[in-house]
Design a protein around this ligand. Structure first.
Ligand code: ATP
Length: 746
């Protein structure tokens, strides 16, 4: 044990900052966290954080007064501080690495008409978040972990192949955390987790993420600096995993013709901010990688080098490990070459093969989980994926035109090929609603030099260009709505969740000051927020307008603020937005509006969202719509022969000549016996010692196959398991009440 010593010199202590003006609930949450004694975070909230604050206001103000006598002056100064006005050089005082070329680049950048994304040019969403890249506004992927018991449940749910990769990653992360010096840090991995739709890739990466964060966590580490970044290639896919887009996390540029885009170093300010924010980053998880392009991959590699190691080091991706996840046979990126192709702007890669081909090793899942209730459908889908459908498959697929939809829910999701088809279906469905229709228009403003807001007119109607908030929306009671922003991640109110508008309370003189009451599909979504709904609307979540700041390079050079309800109509989705989702009931419509055939992989992506043939109806479907991506197919064949991550190499091997002994602080054997049963890394040990079992005697449900268990009644609940397979004999020696011992002869 160390000693506690009172500090003699005065120090100025600051904590993370939240603006009351911009996010009132988070502001009160922060005050409660800092100034109220608490054991569990659930104690911090009544119906809202603000309500809880009112209850304990006197104590909190007393504590602030006592510990931070200049609190109000500092808060006022922080509220006035606008990071956009700050000179980029300020960051050099915090982070080293001043680069002259970056400064020069920054000057050039200001002349560039479209320095960053212009998503309106893209036929589908490629970036979710345009918020200004100030330190406060960087969107960091998933930060909230599930509870430990949920984590163990997730780990137990993994099938054998999923579990092998999980164990490999967990072991890598543990070795990384425990490495005593640079030489003992394990090399970063570059793994491509692949498999057809519904084999559980996303389920596995969600579990891997939880495991990696836990295994990499060091005491005292700043929780705001992620060790693992959960990302995806599109906003909708990112919302499925509560992550962020790769483009938004690293300010990667997006253009209609990505393939010809030359790499530009980010501004010094952005690099320094990222160096600070990502100081602890070890792993990037990138889901739905098939929609990420080769040029973007190259730009990511160079940006990470600029942030972490510099270009001279030649360390790929700045020495950050990458787990790319997806199915190359599903949808490809828009405007860019597939991720495995050579990037045309890099001469070097054309000689050495693409970055992807040089680095990534494939690990493939094969057991289809999504359609496990309908194995015949799962087999048909596997053949559709690879273009090997039989006559019988074709007949069975054509039969899906006749699926009986009488038991489908009223607002079953419709999947279409294009945004226009989605929009017209949404409008058609809205017109079927009889009640009064209400149109709400967003309020846009920009800040002048003295931070007073002034009105501005934004012409873009693409909400992915305007921070995820649309310029206007028309709805009526009963409309299907989807959240377009993460509203409250802890309460599962994340971008992409869908529900029905059951009521609204919109003042006619200030339409943006009201509330929409939405009933979401799952009870879990908005469970806390529902507590503040009026009693007759307790099943619905109140959603208020939010203010988002974003940069619209094509229109103005200063950040714009938009206030709007973060929702859009959601009777239908494009196939691109559906990639990664699972639907119990769905209708896939293939209307022929153009002569050109649907993109490769599109029909397979749409159909493979369904869990069974009873839950999917096809409309206007023609077998000719199924186009297999030959290039992707060839690449998978290449990877599986040349670049396979051999699963037998991942099995935790032990040297038969050695005796392996492990210790686990089990913290309740009754609770975790089921976790021991499925943990191969533990079951490989010859001798397993457990402490804090919280039991007096081992019972049958504590036994491990192939192990003999020994326990001694001790105060601390110690237990020892010795492998029966090993040629070692056990000799019990007397134990005291604090120490248990066995002698083993090998
Ligand atoms: N080990 C598992 N235990 C329980 N459910 C699982 C497991 N693996 C996957 N699932 C479930 O199966 C469904 C499909 O899984 P998931 O979305 O992870 O597949 P995917 O391979 O990512 O599919 P796609 O390529 O279409 O995005 C989900 O509902 C998921 O929760």
């Amino acid at each position: 044990m160390g000693t506690l010593r009172e500090r003699r010199n005065q120090r100025f202590i600051r904590y993370h900052y939240v603006s009351k003006e911009r996010n009132e609930e988070l502001y009160y949450h922060r005050l409660l966290l800092l100034y109220m004694p608490w054991r569990s975070e659930s104690e911090l909230k009544s119906s809202t954080y603000k309500d809880k604050f009112s209850e304990v206001k006197k104590d909190i103000l007393g504590n602030i007064n006592h510990y931070e006598p200049f609190y109000e002056e500092v808060e006022a100064a922080l509220e006035d501080f606008d990071p956009d006005d700050a000179s980029p050089e300020i960051w050099n005082e915090f982070a080293a690495g001043v680069q002259q070329e970056c400064l020069e680049e920054q000057t050039n950048e200001s002349h560039c008409k479209h320095p960053y994304l212009d998503p309106s040019l893209l036929p589908v969403q490629a970036i979710e978040d345009n918020e200004v890249t100030t330190p406060r506004n960087y969107t960091i992927g998933k930060t909230q972990l599930v509870t430990d018991s949920r984590f163990y449940e997730l780990v137990r749910s993994l099938n054998d192949k999923q579990r092998i990769l999980f164990d490999y990653m967990y072991d890598w992360a543990t070795r990384t955390r425990l490495a005593s010096d640079d030489n003992s840090v394990p090399q970063p991995f570059y793994i491509f987790l692949s498999g057809g739709g519904g084999v559980g890739k996303t389920h596995l990466v969600n579990t891997i993420y939880e495991g990696l964060v836990r295994a990499l966590r060091k005491p005292g580490q700043d929780p705001d600096k992620p060790t693992v970044l959960m990302t995806a290639s599109t906003g909708k896919a990112a919302s499925n995993i509560n992550g962020t887009t790769l483009h938004s996390a690293f300010s990667l540029p997006v253009k209609e013709k990505m393939r010809t885009l030359q790499f530009k170093t980010l501004s010094l300010e952005k690099l320094n901010t990222m160096r600070c924010k990502y100081a602890n980053l070890k792993v990037i998880i990138a889901d739905e990688i098939s929609m990420f392009g080769a040029t973007s991959l190259e730009h990511l590699h160079l940006t990470l080098q600029d942030i972490f190691t510099g270009r001279d080091s030649n360390k790929p991706f700045g020495d950050i490990a990458m787990l790319a996840v997806g199915d190359l046979l599903q949808l490809n990126p828009v405007g860019d070459r597939p991720v495995f192709k050579q990037c045309s702007s890099n001469d070097y890669s054309s000689l050495a093969g693409s970055l992807w081909q040089q680095l990534f090793k494939v690990y493939e899942l094969t057991e289809i989980v999504r359609q496990k209730g309908d194995p015949q459908f799962a087999e048909i889908l596997s053949r559709v994926r690879t273009g090997e459908t039989s006559e019988e498959d074709i007949t069975l697929l054509n039969d899906l035109h006749n699926t009986d939809t009488s038991n489908f829910p009223k607002d079953t999701v419709h999947l279409y090929m294009t945004n226009n088809q989605v929009d017209s279906y949404n409008i058609q469905k809205l017109q079927e609603l009889s009640g009064p229709h209400l149109t709400i228009t967003a309020k846009d403003s920009k800040r002048d030099l003295h931070t007073n807001l002034e009105q501005v007119t934004i012409t873009s109607t693409n909400m992915y260009q305007t921070g995820g908030l649309s310029s206007s929306i028309t709805f009526a009671k009963g409309a299907r709505l989807m959240l377009t922003k993460n509203y409250d991640i802890a309460d599962h109110l994340v971008n992409g969740v869908i529900g029905t508008l059951v009521d609204y309370n919109i003042p006619s003189d200030n339409k943006l000051s009201g509330q929409l009451f939405i009933r979401f599909e799952k009870d879990l979504i908005g469970k806390n927020a529902r507590k503040s709904s009026p009693p007759y609307l307790r099943h619905a979540v109140p959603i208020q307008a939010v203010t988002i700041k974003f940069m619209l390079a094509s229109q103005c050079s200063v950040p714009v603020e938009r206030k709007m309800y973060p929702v859009t109509l959601a009777y239908a989705l494009t196939a691109h937005k559906s990639q990664g989702s699972t639907y119990e009931y769905m209708i896939a419509d293939f209307p022929r509006l153009t002569k050109s055939p649907p993109p490769q992989g599109l029909a397979y992506t749409m159909i493979s969202r369904a869990t069974s043939r009873q839950g999917i109806k096809l409309v206007n479907f023609n077998m000719k719509d199924i186009k297999v991506n030959k290039n992707a197919s060839e690449e998978m064949t290449r990877m599986k022969t040349e670049s396979i991550l051999n699963s037998t190499n991942l099995l935790i091997e032990k040297n038969p000549g050695n005796l392996t002994v492990g210790h686990v602080n089990i913290r309740s054997l009754s609770k975790h016996a089921c976790d021991l049963q499925v943990d191969r890394s533990i079951q490989c040990l010859d001798v397993l010692c457990l402490s804090e079992t919280h039991i007096q005697h081992l019972r049958t449900n504590h036994s491990l196959t192939h192990y003999e268990a020994f326990d001694k009644q001790t105060k601390h609940g110690l237990a020892i398991y010795v492998s029966k397979k090993e040629k070692c004999s056990v000799l019990q020696v007397p134990s005291s009440d604090v120490c248990q011992a066995l002698a083993v002869t090998v």
